[in-house]
Design a protein around this ligand. Structure first.
Ligand SMILES: O=C(O)CCC(=O)C(=O)O
Ligand SMILES: [Fe+2]
Length: 215
């Protein structure tokens, strides 16, 4: 798994789309074989009992609330080969948008049947209602969210879509993304309310955030 796993033309197209809409989706950035390897790794982690219940909140208010967020995760070590790909995307994002992104954090996620993630924003803007204002400055250092879906033979009736909502009117759905193998989504972490719909099958992904702070 190296940087050459990335289709650079597809990535450039995605960044153009991101510039226009603040979110972008592509099935062409990573090859299916590459994604299948990542899917096997996630399955193996699950089978070995190495995924942990995800929590919400930060610091002292960090809690496990399965009714809000039902996935199991494992953070990727910086030495994981996929980080080379993320590093290339980080550099491209910086060249394109001058975002000053300094690092990326990522985790495998597995949503078992019946699990979802209620509507939320990954990086709330300070001193504003959840979805008001347009300063673009969040209360944490997550700038761009990515999700790479890892589900082979995903059927529409499995559910599990990512629903994306209008930043200015969070009752208005902008679109739904099916979590099919190799689908990659990028979006501004401080703008979009989004929700993971419950699914009837295991739903796997690699999720993470490009950040503008150092460790
Ligand atoms: O898996 C997804 O589609 C999105 C996950 C998500 O919103 C998150 O982990 O913050
Ligand atoms: Fe999220």
């Amino acid at each position: 798994m190296e940087q050459k796993q990335i289709n650079l033309t597809a990535l450039e197209d995605m960044l153009e789309e991101l510039a226009q809409k603040n979110w972008a989706i592509s099935k062409q950035v990573f090859s299916e074989d590459f994604c299948k390897d990542l899917a096997h790794e996630c399955q193996n982690l699950a089978a070995a009992g190495q995924l942990s219940k995800a929590s919400i909140g930060k610091g002292a208010s960090k809690t496990v609330r399965s009714e809000i967020r039902g996935d199991f995760i494992q953070w990727l070590d910086d030495s994981h080969p996929f980080h080379q790909c993320l590093e290339l995307i980080r550099q491209s994002l910086n060249q394109f948008f001058f975002l000053g992104l300094r690092r990326v954090e990522a985790h495998f996620a597995l949503y078992p049947p019946g699990a979802g993630y209620a509507k939320h924003i990954d990086n709330h803007r300070p001193n504003s209602g959840q979805n008001s204002g347009s300063s673009g400055g969040g209360s944490n250092h997550r700038k761009i969210t990515f999700v790479l879906y890892l589900n082979e033979n995903w059927q529409k009736d499995h559910g599990g879509e990512l629903s994306l909502y209008n930043p200015d009117k969070d009752s208005e759905m902008l679109g739904q993304v099916e979590p099919t193998m190799g689908t990659l989504i990028l979006f501004r972490s401080d703008l979009f309310p989004h929700q993971v719909e419950k699914s009837s099958a295991n739903r796997m992904s690699l999720t993470g955030w490009f950040r503008d702070d150092a460790l």
